[in-house]
Design a protein around this ligand. Structure first.
Ligand SMILES: *Cc1c(COP(=O)(O)O)cnc(C)c1O
Length: 426
């Protein structure tokens, strides 16, 4: 038995399924999760001492790679001062000012500790501001595990919605309307008595939790003008795309300003931090100014703020966006070179945006929504996944996940990844 297996069997006696978050389980690819010990730059080492090139980035935060010296230093410096105050601190102001300077539409924000908390709070703010209850979410978009968002398909707003998790009462999702990604027609046919009850439309502006699905330009434009027209707030859930898609995030990339944003992952530089923010008049509904309550013992935690700030500062210094884009272009090129026969024979499709990439096996065209994503071949993904693990390449253990390029990768890593996928497909 490997050390990894030994630790995981101990973990199974401690945690349901052996994990503290279900995406870490190997349920969809089979086998036992790897137990890790250390990371540095693009590399990860497991408890058996096996080395991997990492394309999972802890599901997004590690755009600089593991243990970036400036981030580690910032955290060490802060640890010597205080781990938490439960009172205002300089670090939260510095990070907030940095976020506002990168994303000019954000006038006010609040820090929280997880993406789940950010989206949950943004929805509460939207409901308080509009004095409406309904929310529209898109199938396949993940907005954390708050009750209102744990709902999958089911087109009929008139028919009963069922939640996608046990333990979520029907009452908690009865205000949530789901719509397929990129489906304008569904929204257009919603009757007035429904649209006038909609507080918010929330979207992953680039969908990164069902593989990688891009919004069509018409869809994005429609959502912006339609939400304005019906008096609902437009929320960009940028927990994944924030500080990764572009410096100004999805607003810059799609030239579309939402009313509210949510962030997580990179904003904490690897420590638990997240945020939500937007126009001042909206955010001012929050307590203590307004009557919408939201709070957190560790919100704006100085350790997490220091890690987030050091990450954004280092990204500026290292030109992370252009570095990742050129690695991405290189990946595109090698994919075309080495995998073209699989692509042209309809066995594979590939998509990349900024430092996100995704391979869909058994599909000749790129999916536009979750239904189409589900038509890809997850068995092939599992086989490829285990081949890559053996070859020392680590990705998130599910075909519904994207891969992440980091600023620590090199062109040769892109080449190895593609070569190993080609070998696996043989
Ligand atoms: C990861 C993620 C969340 C949830 O964030 P947690 O910190 O895991 O609670 C919400 N929305 C999106 C788009 C995400 O990718």
């Amino acid at each position: 038995m490997s050390q990894s297996q030994a630790w995981f069997s101990r973990a199974e006696k401690c945690f349901p399924g052996g994990v503290n978050s279900p995406v870490r389980a190997f349920g969809s690819v089979g086998g036992t999760p790897i137990v890790f010990e250390r990371g540095e730059g693009k590399h990860l080492w497991d408890v058996d001492g096996k080395k991997y090139v990492d394309f999972c980035a802890s599901w997004g935060p590690l755009i600089l790679g593991y243990s970036h010296p400036e981030v580690v230093n910032a955290v060490q410096q802060q640890a010597a001062k205080a781990l938490t105050f439960g009172a205002p601190c300089k670090e939260e102001v510095l990070l907030a000012e940095k976020v506002k300077s990168w994303i000019p539409g954000i006038e006010k924000l609040r820090f929280v500790s997880s993406g789940t908390e950010a989206t949950m709070s943004a929805l509460r703010v939207a409901r308080a501001f509009t004095k409406r209850d309904r929310v529209i979410k898109f199938v396949g978009c993940y907005h954390g595990h708050a009750d209102a968002f744990l709902i999958a398909a089911g087109s009929g707003l008139a028919t009963f919605q069922t939640s996608s998790s046990q333990g979520v009462p029907m009452d908690a999702v009865k205000h949530t309307i789901t719509c397929e990604y990129n489906d304008i027609d569904f929204l257009k046919q919603l009757p007035d008595n429904v649209t006038q009850e909609i507080a918010a439309v929330i979207i992953e502006p680039l969908a990164c939790n069902m593989g990688l699905v891009k919004p069509t330009p018409e869809f994005m434009q429609f959502l912006r003008s339609w939400t304005k027209q019906i008096g609902a707030l437009f929320i960009f859930d940028e927990v994944m795309t924030g500080f990764r898609l572009a410096k100004g995030g999805a607003a810059e990339h799609f030239k579309t300003q939402p009313d509210l944003w949510t962030f997580g992952k990179i904003i904490g530089g690897g420590l638990p931090a997240a945020a939500f923010g937007g126009r001042e008049e909206i955010m001012n509904v929050l307590s203590p100014l307004g009557g919408c309550y939201q709070a957190g013992t560790l919100s704006g935690n100085p350790m997490a703020m220091a890690a987030g700030l050091a990450t954004l500062n280092a990204m500026e210094k290292q030109n992370t966006f252009s570095a990742c884009e050129s690695l991405g272009k290189h990946l595109d090129m090698v994919v075309q070179e080495i995998l073209s026969s699989h692509i042209s024979s309809g066995k594979l499709s590939y998509v990349r945006q900024a430092s996100f990439f995704c391979f869909f096996f058994g599909r000749s065209s790129l999916p536009q929504n979750f239904k189409e994503v589900q038509q890809s071949n997850m068995q092939t993904f599992s086989k490829v996944y285990h081949h890559l693990l053996n070859a020392g390449i680590y990705l998130g253990p599910s075909g519904y996940e994207v891969g992440f390029i980091s600023n620590a990768h090199e062109k040769s890593d892109c080449e190895n990844l593609v070569q190993e996928i080609a070998k696996a497909l043989k």
